[in-house]
Design a protein around this ligand. Sequence first.
Ligand code: PAF
Length: 290
Amino acid sequence: MKIAVTIKEVREQVNEWRKQGLSIGLVPTMGYLHEGHKSLITCSVSENDRTVASVFVNPMQFGPSEDLESYPRDMDRDAALCEEAGVDLIFHPEPSEMYHNGFSSYVDMDTLTGGLCGKSRPVHFRGVCTVVAKLFNIVMPDRAYFGQKDAQQLAVIQHMADDLSYGIEIKGCPIVREADGLAKSSRNTYLNKEERQAALVLNKALSEGKKLIEAGERNASKIKDTVTEIINAEPMAKIDYVEVVNWSLLEPVDNIDGTVLVAVAVFIGKTRLIDNFIVKADDRGRVYVS
Ligand code: PAF
């Protein structure tokens, strides 16, 4: 496995692979890798001849009062995990390599980014779209892998890839959870012992929402109310949002119909955690929840 720090090195390597007719999978990450990232890498390794993982804490997607400085970093550990999982090339640039002096071009989106996480993180998706667009241009992969835990990000990237005709297959991979149900996240490391326990309320509330839908409930407000009540019963939790939206445009729905995302963002102490599930209702009223 190679580690490249410049765009030039990555281009040389991927050009070489392309000449050999090899397919390339890209797993974009901000490092501090966990089982969730590993599952994306494993998926890419199984579907492509070569896998590139990027490890870059992207300053552009953090707001001024967010956790850019304290975001956890451990490149040695990340490199070991990548190597073990079968990554062929890590791209680990400095911010100055990605954003040269005078950088002033952005990828922005008029739809999908205003609600959910976009409401409390107004610059976030512009930063995500810009860095992912750059990574797509640098690596030019056949497929790129994103976790369903960041469901809005997955929908936004799918939309961007389509709008900008990248011709890259965007693959969403299932949420990976701790044994007690907490969705894996690099930010879980911020939680102290009591907060870690309190954080279980996200999955607990969403599981009750799922149960209601599986029992036949189709009224979005009822699902939202149940999830909200359970989270509010946890004294350490403060809701940022509980939303039931359609998958196509991430707009609020009245009924569970078609493909619907049930998503929450909750502060546990100072740490903001997100979790969700996706429901697919078919025309015979049967639902599939993931
Ligand atoms: O999901 C993440 O870790 C980041 O938002 C991504 C996609 C790597 C872009 O910086």
